[in-house]
Design a protein around this ligand. Structure first.
Ligand code: NAG
Ligand code: NAG
Ligand code: NAG
Ligand code: NAG
Ligand code: NAG
Ligand code: NAG
Ligand code: NAG
Length: 423
C-alpha cells in the first residue's frame, strides 16, 4: 500500500526561530502536490549511524554521506581519488554565502596548481565532524547534485540541482564515520542545508521528511516534498519544546528548569540528533526517568531487572518480556510538549534495545546518561527516531510527526514512494 506522508502526521510541532520545535495542536499542513525527490538512507550497524546516498559531480558519482540532522552545510572529501567533475566552481569571497556565520575565511593558493582544492579569492568553510568535533578549513564548491525523484508512477529518475553548495574536506575529517562514506549530508536549520538548497533550486517549499529505519536489509528514505562558517553557534539543530516526561501515563518529577533553554547560556532544552545512537538525558533527568520506568515495569508489567549490559543501566530478561506490534511490551514513555495532549509517545520498539551476546538475551532501556553538565537536557537519538516519520516544514516552522509507524503495521523500510496520484 502506498503511504502518503501527510496522512501519517498525528501532531504538529512549531519551529521557533531558535529553532525550538514546540508542539502545537494546529492542523497538519495541506498535502503537497507531489513528492519529487528522495534519497535512500541506510543504517550502518557498526557505528549505529545513518548514511544518505546522493549523486555529485558531472558525470554523476554516487556518494554515501553521514546523515546529520543538525548540520549547517554538507561537506565532501575532495582529496581522496582526485576531485574530478566537469561542473565544479569556486565561489568568490564577496558572494553572500560567504558572509560571516557561513564562512569567515577567504582562501588563496600559491603552492599548488589550480584545482578543486586550490584557487584564489575563494570562499572557505569550516567543515566539522560532529562525532569528533574536529574542524577543517577548506574551499567551498558548487557542483551538480543528483537526487532520485519519483514522478508518481515510478522511482528511479535522477533530478539535478546544478549549483549545490558544499565544503571540501580532507579525508582525516571522516574519522569515526561509517565505512564507505565520503562526507556529511547536512539537514540542519540553515539557509545552505541540503533540503533548503534543493527547495530553493526547484522553487519549492522548504520542507522535508525523514523516516529512519534500523533494518539491515532495506533503506529508509528522506524526501523533499514540493519539498521543501565557522559557526558552531548558532546551532543548526532542531529543538523540540518538551515540558514533561511521562512513563506509563504518570508524570516523572523533574527539574523543569533544565527542560527549558537558558537564553543566556543556550543550555538545556531538547534536540533531535541523528548522529547520537541513543537518547541522552542530563544526569538528574536520566535518574528520574529510569527509576520511574523500573517502577512501572515492575508494577504494571511484572518485570524484574537483571544485571545491566553497558552502556545501558536498566535491563530485563528477553524471556520475561512480551511482544507487541510496537515492540517489547514495556511502559510507554511520553515526551510531552506544550500541552498535555500533545506528546511524542515512545513505544518499546523505540525505547528498548535487544542485547544478545555471551549467554545474555536482554531488552535494555535504550537511554544513556548525558552527564550533569550536558549541553541539552534531552538529546533524542537515532534509535528513538527510527520508524517515526518526521516532516520538517521550515517555511511554516513546524514539525509533523507520526509516532511509531509500527502501530500502523508498517515500517520506514517499507515505504513505497510510487503513489497512485498521491492518494
Ligand atoms: C590524482 O592526481 C595526481 C596528479 O594528477 C596523480 O598523480 C594521482 O595518481 C591521482 N590519484 C588518484 C587516486 O587518481
Ligand atoms: C564581487 O566582486 C567582483 C569583482 O570585484 C564584482 O564584479 C562582483 O559584482 C562582486 N559580486 C558581488 C555579489 O558583490
Ligand atoms: C594566486 O595568486 C598568486 C599571486 O597572484 C599567484 O602566484 C598564484 O599562481 C595564484 N594561484 C592560483 C591557483 O591561481
Ligand atoms: C536565512 O537567510 C535570511 C536572509 O538572509 C535570514 O534572515 C535568516 O535568518 C536565515 N535563516 C537561517 C536559518 O540561517
Ligand atoms: C534545577 O536546575 C537548575 C539549572 O541547572 C538549577 O539551577 C536548579 O538549582 C535546579 N533546581 C533544583 C530544585 O534542583
Ligand atoms: C510475576 O512474575 C513472576 C515470575 O517472574 C511470576 O511468578 C508471577 O506469577 C507473576 N505475577 C503475575 C501477576 O503475573
Ligand atoms: C509500490 O506501489 C505501486 C503503486 O501502487 C505498485 O505498483 C508497486 O508494486 C509497489 N512497489 C512495491 C515495492 O511494493
Amino acid at each position: 500500500m502506498p503511504i502518503h506522508i501527510i496522512f501519517l502526521a498525528a501532531a504538529i510541532i512549531t519551529l521557533a526561530p531558535r529553532p525550538v520545535l514546540s508542539l502545537s495542536a494546529s492542523p497538519p499542513p495541506p498535502p503537497p502536490p507531489s513528492l519529487p525527490l528522495l534519497a535512500p538512507i541506510q543504517k550502518d550497524h557498526t557505528t549505529l549511524r545513518y548514511t544518505l546516498s546522493v549523486y555529485l559531480k558531472t558525470p554523476p558519482q554516487r556518494l554515501d554521506l553521514l546523515l546529520h540532522l543538525g548540520g549547517r552545510f554538507s561537506w565532501v572529501d575532495c582529496y581522496s581519488g582526485n576531485y574530478s567533475s566537469a561542473t565544479y566552481r569556486h565561489i568568490p569571497c564577496n558572494f553572500s554565502v560567504c558572509v560571516p556565520l557561513d564562512s569567515l575565511a577567504c582562501g588563496y593558493c600559491y603552492d599548488r596548481p589550480p584545482g578543486p582544492t586550490c584557487s584564489n579569492d575563494t570562499c572557505e568553510y569550516f567543515p566539522e565532524n560532529p562525532l569528533t568535533r574536529k574542524v577543517g578549513l577548506e574551499d567551498a564548491l558548487l557542483d551538480a547534485l543528483g537526487l532520485p525523484s519519483t514522478d508518481g508512477s515510478s522511482a528511479g529518475r535522477v533530478d539535478v540541482v546544478p549549483d549545490f553548495l558544499f565544503s571540501c574536506a580532507k579525508p582525516d575529517l571522516l574519522a569515526e564515520f561509517p565505512k564507505g562514506t565520503s562526507g556529511l549530508a547536512a539537514l540542519g536549520f540553515s539557509n545552505v542545508s541540503l533540503p533548503v538548497q534543493v527547495a530553493e533550486a526547484r522553487s519549492l517549499l522548504r520542507c522535508f521528511a525523514l523516516c529512519l529505519s534500523g533494518s539491515r536489509s532495506a533503506a529508509g528514505v528522506t524526501f523533499g516534498d514540493t519539498v521543501i562558517t565557522y559557526a558552531r553557534e548558532p546551532a543548526a539543530e532542531y529543538y523540540v519544546g518538551v515540558t514533561a516526561v511521562r512513563v506509563n501515563g504518570k508524570v516523572v518529577p523533574l527539574n523543569a528548569t533544565l527542560l527549558a533553554i537558558d537564553e543566556e547560556s543556550g543550555r538545556g532544552g531538547t534536540l533531535i540528533s541523528t548522529v547520537l545512537p541513543y537518547t541522552a538525558l542530563q544526569t538528574s533527568i536520566f535518574r528520574a526517568v529510569t527509576q520511574a520506568f523500573a517502577r512501572e515495569a515492575s508494577a504494571a508489567f511484572n518485570l524484574t531487572t537483571i544485571q545491566p549490559v553497558k552502556p545501558f543501566s536498566l535491563c530485563y530478561s528477553a524471556r520475561d518480556v512480551g511482544v507487541t506490534r510496537a515492540g517489547p511490551a514495556v511502559p510507554a514513555i511520553d515526551l510531552v510538549m506544550q500541552s498535555e495532549d500533545v506528546f511524542w509517545r515512545v513505544f518499546g520498539a523505540n525505547s528498548m534495545v535487544r542485547i544478545q551476546r555471551k549467554g545474555t538475551d536482554a531488552w535494555c532501556l535504550g537511554l544513556v546518561d548525558g552527564g550533569a553538565e550536558a549541553r541539552a537536557a534531552i538529546v533524542i537519538g537515532g534509535h528513538q527516531v527510527e520508524d517515526n516519520l518526521l516532516q520538517f516544514d521550515l517555511g511554516s516552522m513546524r514539525l509533523g510527526f507520526s509516532s511509531s509507524v509500527l502501530v500502523r503495521g508498517t515500517t520506514c523500510a517499507d515505504f513505497n514512494f510510487t503513489t497512485d496520484n498521491h492518494t
